[in-house]
Design a protein around this ligand. Sequence first.
Ligand code: PAF
Length: 274
Amino acid sequence: MQLVHRVTDLRAALAGERDVGFVPTMGNLHEGHLSLLRLARNSGGPAVASIFVNRLQFAPNEDFDRYPRTLERDCELLQEAGCDLVFAPDESELYPEPQEFKVHPPPELADLFEGHFRPGFFTGVCTVVLKLFNVVQPAAAVFGKKDYQQLTIVRHMVRQMALPIEIVAGETVRAADGLALSSRNTYLKPTERDEAATLSRELQKLATAVHDGGHDMQALADAALASLSARGWQPDYVAIRRRSDLREAAAGGPLVALAAARLGSTRLIDSLEF
Ligand code: PAF
């Protein structure tokens, strides 16, 4: 496995390669990322991962500075998972000058849920993802379903910009008690770890309620919000939406439940298709 830090070295390493499979990450990798990398290996060409903590998608009050940077360990894990090339640029390489051209996703998709609580977040995500796509030029790129709104927005961007990239969705990898694996789980205090699985249980309860005939999506989501609050969480949102565009939905179609909530000082997000 090769580790490169510069765009020119990445391009040289990939010269002549076709069918590149790509997983963009911010590092501090766990089994969820590695499952995405294994999907990227199905593309038929080299499997490439990027590791870059993207300042553009963090608000000034967020955890950019304390976001764990664990490059050595990440590279060991990627090598074991069959990665061929890691691109780990520093900020001056990916943003050698202030990034003034940005991708602004449409408000109907990007100003709700995560975008409502983290204004500008998806502009930061789309801008770096498009830039990484331009640098890596993958045939396929893999995004996890845990970050469902991100996956949806990237799919829409690729379609509307006619990028020749297949977006592959990776299933959420969960701990035995259901907690979705996330780099931010490392912020949880030992006393919070058991409670953290409640978020996925609430999503599971929503899916069961709809399967059992519940059709008032707002009432179901409100009950989940109240239940989380009663257990000491500070929920940002819980919602049931149409999978394709996250619009309000009736029971019957392909749906997804999405949630974000703070437990102590840790903000967790999760989603569940049903
Ligand atoms: O999901 C993430 O880790 C990030 O949002 C991504 C896609 C790597 C862009 O910085």
